[in-house]
Design a protein around this ligand. Structure first.
Ligand code: AMP
Length: 213
């Protein structure tokens, strides 16, 4: 049995063509079903639905043999115990700094005045501002980061941006791109040894599909 950990939404949707290239079709629609373990057309392949930040944990501890996870999550949680063979180039977005429309970000960065930054990505934000030699006070949030500058909780946020529509709808401006993000394949290192043939087959099919896209 090969168990693949995925999260609902963008990653689940974007991985379907790659799964198909490996001959795998998920039989349930996660938006309609409440099942957390989904069957596929292959009797020996199943899909687990987990939160994005839990994918590396399931794979690291062998709850799943492989999984798909955003680089943002990998950078925050580390890749300890994981084999990361492939950038799948799906769920593409970027991590950016955004501020309230009218906030002078350039001046705040230049003056070295302490900025307050709210984010789910504390490690990425800390490294970024440290690389610029700017001291910031970081506030950890778990969602709806856009609210922080609007309510005075923070001067800036560090968050994922795709189309920019969410920022615009909340009168926020993207002032700096920190890094590009895409989803990566992660594999449990023990599973790779014990189930080498079926796992390699999936990695090779994904790899070929990514290259021909
Ligand atoms: P957008 O309005 O298209 O810029 O999307 C921004 C919102 O979607 C933010 O709340 C992000 O946290 C979320 N988001 C954008 N891209 C991704 C992605 N690849 N994976 C997960 N969340 C994302």
């Amino acid at each position: 049995m090969i168990t693949i950990a995925l999260s609902k939404g963008r990653i689940f949707d974007d991985i379907q063509p790659l799964l198909k290239s490996a001959g795998i079709e998920v039989l349930d629609d996660p938006e309609k079903s409440r099942k957390l373990i989904l069957d596929t057309n292959q009797l020996d392949v199943r899909v687990l639905l987990v939160r994005p930040t839990d994918v590396p944990t399931y794979v690291q501890y062998g709850g799943a043999d492989m999984g798909v996870v955003g680089k943002d999550t990998l950078l925050e949680s580390g890749t300890q115990g994981l084999y990361v063979p492939l950038d799948l180039q799906i769920a593409m977005c970027r991590i950016s700094v955004a501020v309230r429309d009218g906030f002078d970000y350039t001046a705040a960065m230049r003056q070295g005045s302490r900025m307050t930054v709210a984010t789910k990505y504390v490690a990425i934000a800390r490294d970024f501002f440290a690389s610029r030699g700017v001291h910031v006070d970081l506030i950890k949030l778990y969602g709806s980061m856009e609210l922080a500058p609007l309510t005075g909780l923070a001067d800036a946020i560090v968050d994922l941006v795709s189309t920019g529509n969410t920022l615009r709808a909340n009168h926020l401006v993207e002032v700096e791109r920190i890094l590009d993000i895409s989803s990566h394949l992660v594999v449990n290192q023990t599973a790779l040894k014990l189930k080498q043939a079926p796992i390699r087959k999936i990695i090779d099919a994904f790899s070929a599909a990514v290259q021909t896209r």
